[in-house]
Design a protein around this ligand. Structure first.
Ligand code: FES
Length: 203
């Protein structure tokens, strides 16, 4: 007799690799974003221009909401690398999305410190408040709900991140209020120190 829980090993063999998403549109940076990318690229020697790949991808995501196949090709041309190198980076990092997401991407940390402080209940309450399951986007395109690993603010557990900003110490009973506040006030509803997207790209 075994005391180990039954584990479905098929789960571990399933590929979760993000595949390039062809939205059928040709991507190009808007002039502001192109200028911002050029500012960032100046920090590197000309032969190291591709070191700007992460901010280059963040700029795409902020403009488009996700990383499309065409945008990967555009980034490759803009920073001087291959489209395969861009795809490697996009498929490695979970913060890059390869499908359309909601206006508010609500990410609940599920790593141990947050889990011990009730993250699972937070997810349950958000599921009810938003009317979607983790990894889903609602029919209006307003919310996407995700469970993610450590967001780097374990002392403020349970932590939720909405787009690029933290919401700290969210209690399960406050999940509905957060959803309502986001609808009403957008990211102003969040409590954390705000790392707003353009600043992070500039920084
Ligand atoms: S464990 Fe949740 S932010 Fe680190």
């Amino acid at each position: 007799m075994s005391f180990h829980p039954k584990i479905d090993y098929r789960e571990f063999h399933r590929s979760t690799r993000k595949m390039p998403y062809d939205d059928g549109k040709v991507f190009a940076y808007e002039p502001d974003n192109r200028a911002r990318l050029e500012d960032i690229a100046k920090r590197y020697p000309p032969e190291g221009r591709k070191s700007a790949i992460l901010p280059a991808l963040y700029l795409v995501q902020r403009q488009l909401g996700y990383i499309s196949l065409s945008s990967m090709q555009h980034v490759a041309e803009a920073i001087g690398c291959t489209a395969a190198e861009v795809e490697d980076v996009v498929s490695f990092y979970t913060m890059f999305y390869t499908r359309p997401m909601g206006k508010f991407v609500v990410q609940v940390c599920r790593t141990l410190p947050c889990a011990l402080r009730g993250a699972e209940r937070v997810t349950e309450e958000l599921t009810t408040a938003l009317g979607i399951q983790p990894n889903d986007t609602d029919s209006t395109g307003t919310f996407t709900l995700m469970e993610v690993e450590c967001l780097g603010a374990c002392d403020r557990a349970p932590l939720v991140m909405v787009n690029d900003s933290w919401h700290e110490c969210l209690q399960p009973e406050d999940a509905k209020k957060l959803a309502d506040d986001l609808r009403a006030r957008g990211e102003d509803a969040l409590t954390g120190c705000h790392h707003q997207s353009p600043d992070r790209a500039k920084g």
